[in-house]
Design a protein around this ligand. Structure first.
Ligand code: CLF
Ligand code: SF4
Length: 523
């Protein structure tokens, strides 16, 4: 870890500094980027050379386990698991499990039979859909019959689809054998604490051994089960991702310890997600005014965890019946009545052929990035320590291919001479509605990316262009339909050259005050 990287991490690890204090360091440019241990640890951007071949086979086309794959491959969820065995203070049972969903949207609940029909229908329409997950609307393992019946049938009827589940972990140790029986290669456990004193502020009760258990005892049991479940899964070679909900003032500093403990037990990835707690969702946290973190607070905690368990930063907090690429939701195209009317042809060869094309595209993206990095490395004499954030509008395929006005989120890349790293996304309200720009949306969109130096888009109108420039964000449309990382590195090389020639003055930025999830645009 570089000495400048985290003066504050040491303090954090001793539990002295809250998120607001981390932010002071970030804002002063001291820590945000270099983070910690050399290469950024978003394990998700690793490639085949960074891991054993059998692990690469499991992650290469899983959009959640590979950041790169999420530009190309889709996932879907089937909402077969309505019940839950615990209560989280950020959950209202009227809505889906917020451990892997944004509250406020309710999924159409399915029987296993309906779920299988839906998966086959989606697989025939979206050949790049490679992963089926069960993530609610309650807890997958609190509904074992429906969950495993769905997996059993899919392992027979759609053998090329990877199976994935998400759980709070309470019932996990007892279910590990069943999980392995159906080749469920990927399991997510939501772990918000490793200290029951923290846990009792998050979980009012659990249902355990035929009774309701409350307070510290509930948190102790849940913690024990989560740790045991994680150890058992990793011992069996199941890739396990940990989700943690970042709750400012409750577990922000504590998540660094969570990261360390889950790494010790073999977790493959750690996904730190922002709490969403709008009062209208009727959750305990929503009603008591517990706020969610800002985008920058989230990034600061993620950065503070670097060097520990690999971080996932591209989570979109999907709904329990999400369909499509992460960040898009095509569930409306696959409602039960629409599926009934569809002609479903599950053609394995066609799916494989399509996925081969996707792989070629991915290789081209790799090559473009390698070439851009090579050019950047040869660019001697520039300030090698300079780092900036760049926002990108994209519809997928790893390209700058979206109009500014059509974006409902921007992907954020941290760009330096040696890397262009995905570090998160920001949801925004749609600017272009019904063919016209909604100028009153502009301040919130600009606010969402005001810690970025540039925004890369395929096209942009005059009005948003002026507003962005006035906010010090450079609108860039000259890389339309080029690969993102190569485009970001190329723009950055030009930026540094302009700084070196004295045409512009480089300034640190660090002001995004947007609350993650506060925007209503569908993701
Ligand atoms: Fe679904 Fe979760 Fe499997 Fe992915 S989602 S069960 S691991 S297939 Fe992915 Fe969605 Fe984030 Fe979940 S983006 S909410 S991490
Ligand atoms: Fe809600 Fe999921 Fe927590 Fe259960 S585990 S209470 S469904 S957020």
């Amino acid at each position: 870890m570089s000495s400048t990287a985290f003066v504050s991490i040491g303090e954090l690890r001793k539990g002295r500094h809250a998120v607001s204090q981390i932010l002071d360091t970030v804002a002063s440019g001291g820590c945000s980027s270099s983070g910690g241990a050399g290469k950024a640890s978003c394990g998700s951007s690793d490639g085949p050379d960074d891991m054993p071949a059998e692990i690469w086979e499991k992650v290469k086309n899983h959009p959640c386990y590979s950041e790169e794959a999420h530009h190309h491959y889709a996932r879907m969820h089937v909402a077969v698991a309505p019940a839950c065995n615990i209560q989280c203070n950020y959950c209202n049972r009227k809505y889906d499990c917020s451990n892997e969903s944004r509250p406020g949207v309710v999924s159409q609940k399915l029987t296993p039979d309906q779920a299988v029909k839906k998966v086959l229908a989606v697989a025939s329409e979206i050949p790049q859909m490679t992963v089926l997950g069960i993530a609610g609307p309650g807890d997958a393992l609190a509904n074992p019959k429906k969950t495993f019946e769905t997996f059993r049938r899919l392992s027979e009827e759609a053998p090329d689809i990877k199976l994935c589940l998400s759980t709070n972990g309470l019932a996990l140790p007892q279910m590990v054998d069943e999980i392995c029986k159906y080749n469920i290669d990927h399991v997510t456990i939501t772990i918000n604490m490793v200290d029951p004193a923290v846990g009792e502020k998050i979980y009012p009760w659990i249902f355990w051994d035929h009774r309701r258990v409350t307070g510290r005892e509930a948190a102790e049991i849940l913690h024990r089960q989560q740790m045991l479940g994680l150890e058992m899964l990793t011992a069996r070679g199941v890739l396990t991702k940990i989700n943690s909900v970042l709750i400012p003032g409750i577990n922000d500093e504590h998540l660094i310890e969570v990261n360390r403990e889950v790494k010790k037990r073999g977790a493959f990835l750690h996904n730190i997600m922002p709490l969403i707690s709008e009062a209208e969702h009727g959750t305990v946290f929503g009603l008591t005014g517990q706020r969610g973190p800002s985008a920058q607070e989230l990034k600061a905690v993620q950065d503070a965890c670097m060097g520990g368990a690999n971080l996932m930063r591209h989570c979109r907090q999907c709904r329990a019946d999400a369909v499509g690429l992460l960040g898009e939701d095509r569930s409306e195209e696959f409602t039960l009545d629409k599926i009934e009317a569809m002609e479903v042809v599950y053609d394995l060869d066609k799916r494989r052929a399509y996925q081969q094309q996707v792989e070629q595209e991915r290789q081209a993206q790799h090559a473009a990035k390698a070439a851009a990095l090579e050019a950047a490395a040869a660019d001697a004499g520039m300030d090698a320590g300079m780092k900036v954030l760049v926002a990108v509008a994209t519809e997928g395929q790893g390209k700058v291919n979206q109009h500014f006005g059509h974006a409902t989120e921007f992907q954020i890349f941290e760009v330096s001479q040696g890397e262009a790293l995905f570090v998160g996304h920001r949801r925004v309200d749609l600017y272009c509605q019904g063919g016209y720009g909604e100028d009153e949306q502009l301040p919130s969109i600009v606010g969402a990316i005001n810690d970025c130096h540039a925004v890369l888009v395929s096209k942009i109108g005059a009005c948003p262009r002026d507003e962005l420039k006035a906010a010090g964000i450079e609108p860039v449309d000259e890389y339309a339909h080029e690969f993102i990382e190569a485009a970001a590195l190329s723009w950055f090389a030009g930026y540094r050259a302009r700084v070196a020639r004295g045409e512009i003055v480089h300034t640190e930025r660090g002001d995004a005050r947007i609350r993650q999830g506060a925007f209503t645009a569908a993701a």
